[in-house]
Ligand binder design. Sequence first.
Ligand code: KIV
Length: 265
Amino acid sequence: MKKMTIPELLKMKQHGQRITVLTAYDFPFARLVDGGGVDVILVGDSAGVVFAGHETTLPVTMDEMLYHVRAVTRAEPKALVVADMPFMSYQTSVEEACRNCGRMIKDGGAAAVKVEGGSNISHVISAVSSIDIPVMAHIGLTPQSVHRMGGYKVQGRNDQAERIMADALAVEHAGAFAVVLEGIPAVLAADISSRLTIPTIGIGAGPSCDGQVLVIHDILGLCEKYSPKFVKRYADLAPLISSAVAHYVADVRSGVFPAEEHSFS
Ligand code: KIV
């Protein structure tokens, strides 16, 4: 398989080929996810929740994201690696946004960055894109806006739909190469996907987006706490892992492990 590029992703939209995106936060998962054939690996700030155990993505720092991005790019995936920009790394000024996005490319080895926000952040998308750092936008339910939204609630219902459509048009106009549509009604996502020339990547946004993204821990059943309605579980690894660990503990306690074949003469 050839290395995925941004022009290739745009062609996929033009040819009606669906784009596959999954998150990864470390080297072994980057290899596994890439081996499974995804087009894009998103090093999401969801790492703060599923990897680091925070309640929200808000505490995640630039240094933490850089650590995850480096671990993923070290796996040299064929998939395009997109680095998610953490809260407060791009909102305060265009200069800071450019510098921090640049670090993800220069120090992290990512090919692109992702920022949350629509019309309110289009000046940042435009500045970052203008220095040749490709930007994936993220609109609708934006987890970094959890306090404004009053929780993780579906956005864009009824009279909010126009605002989400305006956000989609604004990020495309600002130069984003793709846009994540999260937690919006399927009909609105379909409408946006048909109006934009850049690919839409849905998560909880129905089947008409140009691609889909999910969090790897969710599809593998590694997060036992909570599973959103839009997740499809493709494996149930948590009980398998717990049972393997319990087996190991029992073997050590009973003296079954290590056996002769695990020992040196
Ligand atoms: O942080 C993340 O993983 C994301 C995706 C779920 C879109 O933003």
